[in-house]
Design a protein around this ligand. Sequence first.
Ligand SMILES: [Mg+2]
Length: 224
Amino acid sequence: MAEPDPITVAVPHVPRLEDLGLARDRPLVIVDVDEVLGMFMRGFGNFVTSQGYEMRVERFALLQSIYRPGAAEHLEIDEGRKLFQTFFRAHCGEMDVAPGAIEALARLATRAEILILSNAPAEAQALRAAWLRRHDLPHPLILSSGPKGPITAALTAQSSGRSAFVDDLISNLDSVAEHAPATARFQHVADEQLRPLTPTRPDLHPRIDDWKLLGEAIEQQILR
Ligand SMILES: [Mg+2]
């Protein structure tokens, strides 16, 4: 029998867990896509290259990492932004899964509800949902924007179980710490080139870049 399509919901409104197919009485694990489940930097870099540009991963500033071949100055930000938008509109399904993510989430899903929360343009919805489905990540997807604390608080408040949140960006982790302090937070950066460049606050948000270890740490937090 075919798997049902993952439910995709474009916020602003906060969906009810049951409308996403999620139980309120099990732990809730909220997981990001780009640089957590998916190798965004590599996928976007391949797209940028296919358009005749170079991606130089030398600093933590995406749109300032795109260059015309051989150029000393990065591409104009507006031009970079157009590439970014085109990638999400048409090419964000062309991205590898982070190593170990599928196995770790499959294991967690036996003990918890999994919800994918991605800050991406609404036009990425169909491609992103299809990408998840194709890679054995059949979990509901919410596309959002802005700091993730408020929506995480509204989602976890509906659950009687413990909760956990995984993201690569400190801004989202800080926001969840502020708005949903009871939710266990973890930072994960999938791309090896980005790892040393990504701001991190391990005293506040444990940083675990290996999905096997991350899955075990989440399990310990939500099942204790
Ligand atoms: Mg991300």
